[in-house]
Design a protein around this ligand. Structure first.
Ligand code: ATP
Length: 140
């Protein structure tokens, strides 16, 4: 019989961010969004900074993911990431401060900032704000 749900685990070096049965998953694959339904064929993928969306009891929820790896097999999906936060646990003021700090560093052409690092920090912060449902148009 076809499975109706699969297990989703989102794990960082610090903690289990999420572990539950879900009905569908969309992950931010390096090459584009990947949609996963129960009974998906085994697969691994590299993730980019982005928003993972899952559906449970018909409701969609978001998790901010700072890149990493995705694997699905036998109705068990795992995300391994350096950092990930469920939308409701995102500290919006902290993410906004991080975005503004990174923007200042990127704009400061005279300084000796590591621009790649600042770009990545900006990307992570904007992603967290979007996952939390915050309008980021003033920070682009
Ligand atoms: P910051 O400069 O605010 O520390 P960062 O992008 O450098 O941001 P990371 O190195 O990606 O932070 O993450 C460090 C830890 O802090 C991780 O556990 C991550 O989940 C958590 N974290 C970072 N920003 C937030 C936030 N805005 N809300 C909740 N948790 C956060």
């Amino acid at each position: 019989m076809a499975a109706r749900t699969m297990t989703l685990e989102v794990i960082t070096p610090e903690r289990v961010v999420f572990r539950d049965e879900v009905e569908s998953i969309i992950v931010p694959g390096a090459e584009g969004l990947l949609g996963i339904l129960p009974d998906h064929a085994p697969m691994v993928a590299v993730l980019k900074i982005g928003i993972l969306t899952y559906r449970k009891n018909g409701e969609k929820r978001r998790v901010a993911v700072a890149g990493g790896f995705f694997e699905v097999a036998d109705n068990h999906a795992i995300v391994l990431s350096d950092a990930a936060e469920r939308a409701e646990e995102i500290d919006v003021l902290r993410a906004r401060a991080a975005a503004e700090r990174a923007r200042r560093r990127l704009a400061d052409r005279n300084a000796n900032w590591d621009f790649e690092r600042a770009r990545a920090a900006l990307h992570r912060a904007l992603n967290r704000l979007r996952a939390a449902g915050v309008d980021t148009s003033d920070l682009q």
